[in-house]
Design a protein around this ligand. Structure first.
Ligand code: NI
Ligand code: MN
Length: 225
């Protein structure tokens, strides 16, 4: 599994020759100006919740590529009205897709579209595949529900928000990684705007003091499981 960081909480995941985009917010991110969304490949687009900084480029990418949207019921319905195909899920439910098994997990946050449409309850995803198991937390507070993930899945990597203010900050993300029993974290949802700027060195130090590894990728760079 190859995971490429596209800035903010946006990712591109390649596994089994299938391309998955997560929470695309690229054209609105000054830090991601060098990413050309017109060449991004997508068979599926995973959406954690309806906030603009997670959905801005969904319509553009889905209409160009024909990618199927996977999210909660309300978000999939919203895109269905725009002619975009999707697979609706809800919290705690799993489905076997061509790339692996996906579960829509709980998140403590809010979720409405930029036009005010209700976006359902926010979530995250656990993805289990032959090429590794990952947790994409989405925007969330630290929550006891994260302990449930470790009861069912041995994670190889967790993608956690670390920017604070709108989501968990670094200290909470370290506790979250204890709850999910995962020592390899890819940090997301930091630096994009003023409220969420972080000190990279300090963040990495705090994780390593807790016996964990925090990866912070340059936008456009990848890690492989
Ligand atoms: Ni949000
Ligand atoms: Mn967000």
């Amino acid at each position: 599994m190859k995971i490429t960081y596209l800035g903010h909480s946006s990712l591109s995941i390649q596994l089994k020759n299938i391309n998955i985009i997560v929470d695309p917010f690229i054209s609105g991110n000054e830090l991601a100006e060098h990413i050309d969304i017109s060449v991004l490949q997508a068979d599926f687009i995973l959406i954690t919740h309806a906030h603009e900084d997670h959905i801005l480029d969904v319509e553009t990418i889905a209409k160009r590529t024909g990618a199927k949207v996977i999210s909660n019921f309300e978000i999939v319905n919203y895109y269905g009205k725009l002619g975009i195909t999707g697979h609706p899920m809800n919290h705690g439910g799993s489905w076997e897709f061509s790339f692996g098994k996906l579960t829509y997990t709980n998140a403590v946050h809010s979720s409405s579209f930029p036009d005010g449409t209700y976006g359902g309850q926010p979530g995250g995803f656990v993805l289990e595949s032959d090429e590794g198991n990952i947790y994409i937390a989405g925007d969330t507070a630290l929550t006891m529900d994260m302990k449930l993930i470790a009861l069912q899945t041995k994670l190889d990597l967790a993608i956690l928000p670390i920017g604070d203010n709108f989501t968990m900050g670094i200290e909470s993300a370290i506790i979250a990684s204890d709850f999910i029993q995962c020592n390899y974290i890819l940090g997301v949802h930091y630096d994009t705007f003023g409220y969420i700027k972080i000190d990279h060195l300090k963040a990495k130090e705090l994780f390593s003091k807790s016996g964990k590894k925090l990866a912070l990728l340059e936008i456009g760079n990848s890690l492989t499981l």
